[in-house]
Write a new protein. Structure first.
Length: 96
């Protein structure tokens, strides 16, 4: 009878050990995630945006002169004709 009990205990010990290790790892991961979330709430990230970025409600940040007909209405391109150049000196400017 003792031999059968010993076999059962030895058979279950790897799975019990595995469950214990997984719980410990999960607790460490939750603690690290909690610390990361707390660190983000206390940190203010500076927005280093160029001067021609404008915030439009419901859309987000847009680049370039919004009154131009060729404006791409994007945060990556200024316009379809002159995507990289400044809007102030653009020869293709046409108001809407």
């Amino acid at each position: 009878m003792m031999i059968a009990l010993l076999i059962v205990i030895l058979g279950l010990s790897p799975s019990l050990l595995s469950i214990w290790v997984m719980r410990q790892a999960n607790q460490r991961a939750e603690a690290r995630l909690r610390l990361a979330m707390e660190a983000i709430t206390h940190r203010q990230l500076p927005l280093n945006l160029p001067a021609d970025y404008r915030y439009v409600e419901g859309i987000g940040y847009m680049m370039g002169d919004l009154t131009c007909q060729f404006n791409a209405r994007s945060s990556y391109l200024r316009c379809a004709v002159n995507p990289a150049g400044p809007c102030a000196t653009c020869r293709y400017y046409q108001s809407r």
